[in-house]
Design a binder for this molecule. Structure first.
Ligand SMILES: [Zn+2]
Ligand SMILES: [Zn+2]
Length: 442
């Protein structure tokens, strides 16, 4: 309250945060956005505040104060802006710059014992021009190596020492470090992102020391508190109480996560081991099968026609050679209705030596056994008859045609004579498909 100076009841309430949501509309740098976030808002006119002490609506000021900061500091950049006129959400694609190293020491409402120097460790990016569509990628720094990586679904790409790749990096002296000239940032931009090298400010308290980067797509920035000697000690104490035992991971993993990682790693190596064992077994089986196929096929040829041989379905033989677990012998598809081997199936069968057949039969079972004496005589005779009959039919058709042509031409025919329609006869003679009934037949 500007009148009585009393703070509201709500002012004493502390609120935890996961991230700080910063306005970026009209603001070009993280520094500006933080200033905006922590600035005093004046409540006057329509927005006047009702003071409990003054019992009236008065002018007042309102602001957010930071009391403590976490090890991992997340900034949500409000790129999604609601337009009341059109009632739609729009994405702000303005360039926004942020430092590689951020000193938050001056940002707390009360000075902290801790050194609050943060390193940029991740940038979350929304690719696309609208709010409702697009694609998310993350650029994350490996804290141990300092190397940046881009995570794009299952695609992981090395970016190098800078969050937006090596190519866009440059170093230029900047006269006024408090306000990085926006023109310079624009001129250096590479695609939607920029890495700007800046000379370290002589004033160490300045938040812009080292490099700044800018992006028109970044919507979330993650900073990790630097482990100075003083902070490191605190961390070690924390870690010891959390019973961390891996030196490598103790810097950045809490114990419960470390346990989980261990379990996942253990089950992964178990799965790998099981897979390896299974693979060895499968390979053994495949090798055994190959040897069997080779051995039986080497015995398969029938030395001479005098020797007894066995018929086998080519289809069965193929699956037997290709499969890890072959099916029982099946000669049914090559049998005729008389249960024997017809000549017509000669393209689907092979001859096997007695030795090869008995080896297959004893191993796989099934059947039936069909030998050289199982050629079907019935089917052979039927086939022969059909050939004779069709020859007979063809010659008879020729004779009929000659008679019809003679009758049509008015020649005198021998024997008993019958009347027939002249138009039917001429149509019958003209028909193209001699084996089909013609229109005249109706
Ligand atoms: Zn008051
Ligand atoms: Zn038959």
């Amino acid at each position: 309250c500007t009148k009585c100076g009393q703070e509201s009841e709500a002012s004493s309430k502390l609120e935890d945060f996961y991230e700080l949501e910063l306005n970026i509309k009209g603001l070009k740098t993280l520094h500006d956005s933080l200033e905006d976030y922590l600035s005093l808002e004046e409540l006057c006119g329509e927005n006047q505040y009702f003071c409990e002490s003054c019992k009236s609506r008065v002018d007042a000021t309102r602001s957010i104060k930071l009391r403590t900061l976490p090890d991992f500091l997340n900034f949500q950049l409000k790129r999604c802006v609601f337009h009341p006129k059109t009632t739609t959400k729009k994405k702000l694609t303005s360039l926004f710059s942020f430092p590689g190293v951020l000193d938050m020491g001056q940002k707390l409402c009360e000075p902290s014992q801790l050194e609050l120097v943060y390193d940029l460790t991740a940038v979350l990016i929304h690719k696309g021009t609208t709010v409702n569509s697009g694609h998310y990628v993350a650029h994350i720094k490996n804290e141990r190596t300092g190397i940046w990586w881009e995570f794009d679904d299952e695609q992981v790409t090395k970016l190098g020492a800078h969050p937006f790749g090596e190519g866009s990096s440059t170093t230029k002296p900047v006269s006024n470090v408090e306000q990085p000239p926006s023109e310079q940032i624009h001129s250096l931009s590479n695609g939607n992102h920029t890495n700007n090298g800046q000379l370290k400010s002589s004033d160490n308290k300045n938040i812009y020391c080292g490099e700044t980067f800018s992006s028109s797509d970044a919507y979330m920035l993650m900073y990790t508190r630097r482990h100075t000697k003083h902070n490191k000690k605190q961390c070690d104490e924390l870690n010891n109480s959390g019973q961390l035992n891996s030196v490598d991971n103790s810097d950045f993993l809490p114990s419960h996560l470390l346990e989980e990682v261990k379990e996942i790693n253990a089950s992964y190596s178990n799965a790998c081991e099981e897979y390896d064992q299974k693979k060895v077994k499968e390979l053994d089986i495949i090798k055994e099968r190959r040897e069997e196929v080779r051995s039986i096929l080497s015995e398969a040829p029938v030395p001479s026609f005098e020797e007894q041989f066995f018929w086998i379905s080519t289809d069965w033989l193929r699956q037997w050679a290709d499969n890890v677990t072959p099916l029982p012998l099946d000669n049914a598809p090559i049998q005729c209705c008389h249960g024997k081997v017809p000549v017509s199936k000669v393209g689907l069968i092979k001859r096997l030596s007695a030795n090869a057949w008995s080896r297959l039969l004893s191993k796989y079972g099934g059947g039936p056994t069909l030998t050289d004496s199982d050629i079907c005589i019935n089917c052979l005779m039927e086939g022969a008859n059909t050939i004779v009959r069709s020859d007979d039919y063809r010659s008879r058709r020729e004779a009929l045609r000659e008679i019809a042509e003679d009758a049509h031409a008015g020649k005198t025919l021998a024997g008993t004579l019958y009347y027939v329609s002249k138009s039917w006869l001429s149509q019958w003679l003209r028909r193209k498909h001699v084996d089909f009934p013609c229109e005249a037949d109706v």
